[in-house]
Design a protein around this ligand. Structure first.
Ligand code: NAD
Ligand code: DAU
Length: 355
């Protein structure tokens, strides 16, 4: 039995689906169902007795303690977070509450549970914290990719809150001996990605005939990994990672944003040509840049490859095709997430940028 937090979000739901398809173990899925949490991502698990969904907050110590005692998981995997940089710029408070205070309360609940376990179960227990490459800050054009020993230099309220949570997790290992593992991954893409993030936003806007808003000069570089490869890395770290260690996860796949947008347009031109015969590229516009926008992220994934033998299964070419096809085939999912609050966010974020 494992306890997953944030398992109704983008990466968490992919993880839960893959886990249940590949193992016999039950998953307790604790998710607060914020705007980013979506039960529909888990529809295919309806009636599956190995998936126990619990709506609740990682900061609710009473609830978390009850779940730990009731289900006695051998591992906790913490995906729950506020995850969108732009939202953290508009309103950092939720990021502090969930990513820092929430992680702290979760760690406290887990520490109490773990401390009371019998010796064998105590040794086998794992707390795996899912984090991001953004904690390392921004790279210059020719700097080497981030390794696990890079200094933390977070630049947004989001990345600062994730950095703080990473430090808390680290401290619980060093101080209390809690058996923790941390992964720092680069940008994910794939099914169930909420369409406020670059790739799904571009697909969804293109198909709706809306503009494709590129921040600043579009030359910011991100390092893209297909979400299922991130999930396989987490499974591998859980299985074989060395306690207290950090593993960077990435696909050696650096691309400027504008290239990503061009690729999405080209795939849609092929799969769903515009009625007027023109390219979706016609819809690209430049908008005001993100404040404090990090210029480049790049992950050096040598350690996880060398020590744990993990490698991504998808190239960017295969992963992005799967992703575009998934959005074409799941337009009802897209329509359902574009609720009132989604529209409010889009209006707020992009009206300011078009000035
Ligand atoms: P997401 O925003 O899609 O999902 C987050 C999930 O956490 C949602 O289901 C939400 O309801 C839930 N949640 C939020 N606050 C909660 C709380 N207080 N208690 C319980 N549940 C809560 O995020 P994601 O993109 O799936 O990211 C998951 C994790 O991976 C995050 O920790 C993020 O920092 C990290 N990460 C994301 C990426 C990426 O590219 N998306 C890359 C590297 C690391
Ligand atoms: O690097 C890992 C991180 O990747 C994760 O920790 C975060 O949770 C995840 O959201 C993601 O952060 P980014 O800020 O890199 O992702 P986002 O999709 O918001 O933006 C990707 C790039 O695209 C970034 O340089 C900003 C740019 N962008 C984004 C949007 C939404 C645009 O140019 N236009 C847009 O409309």
């Amino acid at each position: 039995m494992i306890l997953v937090t944030g398992g109704a979000g983008f990466i968490g739901s992919n993880f839960v689906l893959d886990w249940l398809a590949q193992s016999d173990e039950t998953v307790i899925n604790l998710d607060a169902l914020t705007y980013a949490g979506n039960r529909e991502n888990l529809n295919s698990l309806d009636g599956n007795s190995r998936h126990v969904f619990v709506e609740g907050n990682i900061g609710d110590s009473k609830l978390v303690t009850k779940l730990l005692e009731q289900y006695q998981p051998r591992a906790v995997i913490n995906f729950a977070a506020e995850s969108h940089v732009d939202r953290s710029i508009h309103g950092p408070e939720d990021f502090i509450q969930t990513n820092i205070v929430g992680t702290f309360h979760l760690l406290e609940s887990v520490r109490a549970y773990w401390s009371a376990l019998p010796v064998d179960a105590k040794q086998d227990f794992r707390f795996l914290h899912v984090s991001t490459d953004e904690v390392y800050g921004s790279l210059s054009k020719d700097a080497p990719a981030f390794t696990e020993t890079n200094r933390y230099e977070p630049n947004s309220p989001y990345s600062a809150s994730k950095a703080a949570s990473d430090h808390l997790v680290r401290s619980y290992h060093h101080t209390y001996g809690l058996p923790v593992l941390t992964t720092n991954c680069s940008n994910n893409y794939g099914p169930f990605h909420f369409p406020e993030k670059l790739i799904p936003l571009m697909i969804v806007n293109a198909l709706a005939g809306k503009s494709l808003p590129v921040y600043g000069d579009g030359q910011q570089i991100r390092d893209w990994l297909y979400v299922k490869d991130h999930c396989s890395a987490i499974r591998r770290v859980l299985e074989a990672g060395k306690l207290g260690e950090v593993y960077n996860v990435g696909g050696w796949n650096e691309k400027p944003n504008i290239d990503i947008v061009h690729t999405v347009c080209a795939l849609l031109d092929e799969a769903r040509p515009r009625a007027d015969g023109k390219s979706y590229r016609e819809q690209i516009i430049t908008v005001t840049d993100r404040p404090g926008h990090d210029r480049r992220y790049a992950i050096d994934a040598s350690k996880i490859e060398r020590e744990l033998g993990w490698k991504p299964a998808e190239t960017f070419d295969t992963g992005i095709r799967k992703t575009v096809n998934w959005y074409l085939e799941n337009q009802q999912w897209v329509a359902n997430v574009q609720s009132g609050s989604y529209r409010d966010w889009v209006a707020k974020n992009y009206s300011e940028r078009n000035a």
